[in-house]
Design a protein around this ligand. Structure first.
Ligand code: HDD
Length: 692
């Protein structure tokens, strides 16, 4: 007996199958514009019969779906982006003719993508890793891409070594792990054999690779570039991004726990800030110098493993960047954006840095395999916002429709009244004619001036506070403890001896290893003066943009919660309410307060400080709840400020949280807690003996 067809009936909600959904919106069509009448059922020979090959609607839908993914980036696969603008705050025509720096107050659109380096697209946001900081400026004279990192130096000096570096840090070739981690044999094997990486290793093992937020990290162009003015006079330059919110990092233990609690921590933070109208902002700074000055330095400015101390060449602020719009579509914009260090505009030029020179090829090349076509520049996120005309034609996915027959040059078609096409112009991009240091022979060599691998590494370590130095020691001990080849561990220790014997000894002690003698350096290091700009903790960041986690119970004091909210908002910080159930609590007086998060879904690692607004009755069940106790003991161990009511005392006692200067009695006022949102009470670290 033939079965009946399924009719829209009471047992199905609207739109769950069988029927066409009745709602507003444009007509659903195929990719070719044909209106579709049924998006729920394939075309079959009878209700229970085979699906028909004729069903072009089904075939097109599945065909498109089957090809939705594109290859992820070789490195920097995991990222998030935002739109915004760059505003020139100081015109510098004497330095550069680049259009975006000509007039104070002039703005150009930008798109920024932040990324981790080693992890795959689906990895977590908070590994210990360098962060990419890539900015595309859509200027009136073409796109300028400043493709930098949150660290001002790099692991290697020559692009020839980049594939080796990336192979070494990525999951090991035979076993396919670890994901998004440098704590493994092959990475440290490579590093221990490449002493030029030691300066970058100091940065990578510092808290710089554990940013609290993408909004709270610096950015650097890394290489030396050039600025060229209208007269053709060139100066050398390093680019810096300085975050308005200051620099802040998490501890290692926090980063590890955040990756479990919220693997999307950084992208969510950026999204929420922009959606709430708290637009992240950076200042663009320049270190400008000339070649004579560069020649007099003990390092080579063409060597990307070296920085120029800000004490030697102060950073001059010339603009600001504001990110004020989250992308409408992640794939179309953030995934398809293609950054190319070779995208420079008239007024900006390259240097002979051999790492930069290799990059000038790599990024253009990689887009072909990632985006599949030489026409990737036509994708809206990549297309310039100024006129674009040339004689390049055709290719896969060409979407422009050039008119006429002028697809070559020179031509004289204009003599016949036809459009002859575009022509090169005097004011177009022109390379600086002179090489920094003229090369006279073709040679595969490393310049002698690149040989000092350790002085700046030593300077970085010496510039840190004691707390930061301790974090670096702990990071090195952790990473090397994951290295299984004993000879690799020992070789790293031997390299560290050249950075700082005390550092090397502390790491050896942490590993339970004998400290081997130093490996002979290519050039003996010298002691450079410490630079405060290299430390995070020598600077106090503002409270702006921080988040307070408020744990509440039934019977909590609603006025206190309101006061916390008001004070936080006045300081441009935010508050999240956490309760046993997301439905919220009944406050003293009977009013309901909905919660933002349930206690075990929002551990305190997600907040900058915590407040325990609990009642005497409400506290009792929490004393037996591990998530509540972890909430408090972690905030304590991570040295965060803790605001509390008197009723919270038993909770604090139970986790052994002994009061100190970062405990705030909320009955005496809520403001003191808010002022401590961006700082930590590091002295606790000694007491808690947490892995830092
Ligand atoms: Fe790179 C991506 C930054 C050296 C080859 N790199 C990439 C991204 C950033 C950087 C931020 C992500 C861009 C995005 O969001 O799409 N890379 C750097 C910095 C370097 C550096 C600051 C040194 C100073 N990179 C470097 C070298 C090479 C590459 C020496 C090759 C010779 N980088 C690539 C790449 C990527 C890339 C494989 C992957 C995806 C892409 O380019 O578009 O071509």
């Amino acid at each position: 007996m033939a079965k009946k067809t399924h009719e829209p009936s009471d047992d199905l909600p609207q739109g769950s199958g069988g029927e066409t959904q009745q709602r507003g919106g444009p007509a659903l069509t195929t990719n070719h514009g044909v209106p579709v009448s049924d998006n729920q059922n394939s075309l079959k020979a009878g209700a229970r019969g085979p699906t028909l090959l004729e069903d072009f609607v089904l075939r097109e839908k599945i065909f498109h779906f089957d090809h939705e993914r594109i290859p992820e980036r070789i490195v920097h696969a995991r990222g998030t982006g935002a739109h915004g603008y760059f505003e020139c705050t100081e015109a510098i025509p004497e330095l550069t003719r680049a259009a975006l720096f000509q007039t104070k107050g002039e703005k150009v659109p930008v798109f920024v993508r932040f990324s981790t380096v080693a992890g795959s697209k689906g990895s977590k946001d908070t590994p210990r890793d360098v962060r990419g900081f890539a900015v595309k400026f859509y200027t009136t004279e073409g796109n300028w891409d400043l493709v930098g990192n949150n660290i001002p130096v790099f692991f290697i000096q020559d692009a020839m070594k980049f594939p080796d570096l990336v192979h070494a840090v990525k999951p090991e070739a035979d076993r396919g792990f670890p994901q998004a981690a440098s704590a493994h044999d092959t990475f440290w094997d490579f590093i221990s054999l490449m002493p030029e990486s030691m300066h970058m290793i100091m940065w990578a093992m510092s808290d710089r690779t554990l940013p609290r937020s993408l909004r709270m990290m610096e950015g650097f162009g890394v290489h030396t570039f050039r600025l060229v003015n209208a007269e053709g006079v060139a100066k050398m330059v390093k680019f810096h991004w300085k975050p308005k919110l200051g620099i802040q990092s998490t501890t290692w233990d926090e980063a590890v726990k955040i990756s479990g609690a919220d693997p999307d921590y950084h992208r969510r933070d950026l999204y929420e800030a922009i959606m709430a109208g708290n637009f992240p902002e950076w200042e663009l700074g320049l270190q400008v110098f000339d070649e004579d000055w560069a020649d007099a330095q003990p390092y080579d400015v063409l060597d990307a493993t070296k920085l120029i101390p800000e004490e030697d060449v102060p950073v001059r602020i010339v603009g600001r960047m504001v990110l004020d719009r989250y992308p409408d579509n992640f794939f179309a914009e953030t995934e398809q954006v293609a950054f190319l260090p070779s995208n420079v505009v008239p007024g900006i030029d390259f240097s002979n840095d051999p790492l930069l020179q290799g990059r000038l090829f790599s990024y253009l090349d990689t887009q072909k395999s990632r985006l599949g076509s030489t026409n990737f520049h036509q994708i809206p996120i990549n297309a310039p916002k100024c006129p674009m005309h040339n004689f390049q034609r055709d290719g896969l996915m060409q979407v422009m429709v050039p008119k006429g027959r002028a697809n070559y040059e020179p031509n004289s078609l204009d003599a016949a009244g036809e459009d002859a096409g575009p022509r090169a112009v005097d004011q177009g991009f022109a390379s600086v004619a002179r090489f920094a240091k003229p090369a006279t022979e073709k040679r595969r060599v490393r310049a002698e001036s690149f040989a000092d691998h350790f002085s700046q590494a030593r300077q970085f370590f010496a510039s840190q506070t004691e707390v930061e130095q301790t974090h670096m020691v702990a990071a090195l001990v952790f990473e090397l403890s994951k290295v299984q080849l004993p000879h690799v561990r020992l070789r790293v220790l031997a390299q560290l001896q050249n950075v700082d014997p005390d550092l090397a000894q502390r790491v050896a002690d942490g590993l339970g290893a004998e400290l081997p003698p130093a490996l002979a350096p290519a050039k003996p290091p010298v002691d450079l003066p410490p630079s405060d700009a290299l430390s995070i903790l020598k600077h106090t960041p503002p409270v702006t943009g921080r988040c307070l986690g408020v744990l509440v119970t039934d019977g909590a004091d609603g006025a206190m919660i309101e006061a916390l909210r008001t004070d936080a908002e006045a300081a441009a910080a935010t508050v999240k309410i956490i309760a046993a159930k997301v439905g919220g609590v009944t406050l003293k007086g009977g009013k309901r307060l909905p919660a933002d998060e349930k206690i075990d879904g929002a551990p305190s690692v997600l907040f900058d400080a915590i407040a325990l607004v609990v009642s005497e009755d409400g506290v009792q069940p929490l004393l037996g709840e591990k998530a509540a106790l972890d909430f408090i003991s972690d905030a304590y161990a991570h040295c965060k400020a803790i605001g509390h009511t008197a009723a919270a005392r038993p909770l604090l006692d139970k986790v052994g949280a002994a009061p100190d200067g970062f405990f705030c009695d909320l009955t005496a006022g809520t403001k003191p807690l808010i002022t401590k949102l961006a700082t930590r009470h590091w002295a606790r670290e000694q007491k808690v003996k947490l892995p830092v």
